[in-house]
Design a protein around this ligand. Structure first.
Ligand SMILES: C[S@@+](CC[C@H](N)C(=O)[O-])C[C@H]1O[C@@H](n2cnc3c(N)ncnc32)[C@H](O)[C@@H]1O
Length: 309
């Protein structure tokens, strides 16, 4: 889960002009019906989009690379694509995240499909992947569990980086699980099984894991960031535990020992200011070798511990 401060993970926000004002507003009907690519980019930027975002939307609509957008910039957009571009520009100016407009986001070098049913993958979550891979080093055919898988970035990245692993991916949201399953098919991850589960509830009692990883909802219900920026568009149940922000971390830490093999690891992503609390939860649950990884900004991001053998 992303914590919005201090390292805001959001895509850059354009400053939206008033929704139905301004000569360049895409909804004003003043765009030519078949602008060239060069003109379309200029229209989108005049409406308020940064150049990079205008290019990304044009690339998305045409299938052209950045180079092709430049070398073919005198090609005309069809009226249908002009309409589609105008609609995307208007949605972006209203604050909708680029990842939802493009329908994808890169994570750990792979492109994942994303929809408004799932959290947008954040670069900070790569820290959890690296922490997991380091702990799995030298362990053959590990059994892994990713709880609250969302788009599947943790489960699928680990499954693809460690093809010998058997990975379980769970989420309480059927819509999120469908996106994760689609990503598994697209990325060719055949070593992942998906299960709808409220944290540990639907997991078979007898299954034991070598590593459990989770990026749970950890924003406190009262945090004002929930109604700001990109977060306004993301599934609220992926963002907050509807309490103090530590509720799901408590459930995950307390339940992990019963699901881990002896010596198994639990890794949880958390907010920049929740490191101490997360380490406390891991210690209270009986974990040892507890440590916290920091992001590039020096903020505590991912804590883990080992179950005593
Ligand atoms: C912060 S998102 C993380 C998504 C993805 N793992 C990532 O890192 O981008 C938290 C996920 O936990 C799921 N979730 C929320 N409550 C849950 C629960 N009680 N049991 C299982 N999953 C839950 C949400 O549906 C959401 O997909």
């Amino acid at each position: 889960m992303p914590h919005p401060a201090p390292a805001a993970p959001s895509a850059p926000q354009a400053s939206p002009p008033a929704a139905d004002s301004g000569p360049d507003n895409p909804d004003s009907g003043r765009w030519p019906s078949s602008p060239t690519l060069r003109e379309a980019q200029a229209l989108a930027t005049a409406a308020g989009l940064p150049v990079l975002e205008a290019r990304m939307l044009l690339g998305h609509l045409t299938g052209y690379s950045r180079t092709q957008l430049i070398t073919r910039d005198d090609e005309a957009l069809t009226p249908a694509r002009r309409e589609a571009l105008a609609a995307l520009v208007a949605r972006r100016l209203a604050g909708e995240p680029m990842a939802y407009l493009l329908g994808e986001r890169e994570f750990f070098g792979r492109v994942f499909r994303v929809t408004p049913d799932v959290l947008i993958p954040r670069p900070d979550t790569e820290i959890a992947v690296e922490a997991a891979l380091a702990r799995l080093h030298g362990r053959a055919r590990p059994h892994l569990l990713d709880m609250g898988t969302g788009s599947g970035i943790l489960a699928l990245t680990l499954a693809l980086e460690r093809p010998d692993a058997e990975v379980w991916a769970t989420d309480v949201s059927p819509a999120a699980l469908a996106v994760a399953q689609d990503n598994a098919a697209r990325l060719g991850a055949g070593n992942v099984r998906f299960l709808r589960s409220d944290w540990y509830a639907a997991l078979p009692e007898a299954v034991r894991f070598d590593l459990i990883i989770s990026n749970p909802p950890y924003i406190a219900a009262a945090d004002p960031h929930l109604v700001q920026g990109d977060l306004r568009f993301e599934p609220v149940d992926a963002l907050t535990d509807h309490g103090d922000g530590l509720g799901d971390l408590r459930t995950i830490a307390a339940g992990a020992p019963a699901r881990l093999a002896p010596g198994g690891w639990l890794l949880v992503e958390h907010g920049y200011d929740q490191g101490e609390a997360a380490r406390g939860l891991l210690a209270a649950a009986g974990f040892v070798e507890i440590s916290t990884a920091r992001d590039l900004g020096g903020n505590e991001r991912c804590s883990g511990g080992r179950l005593a053998t």
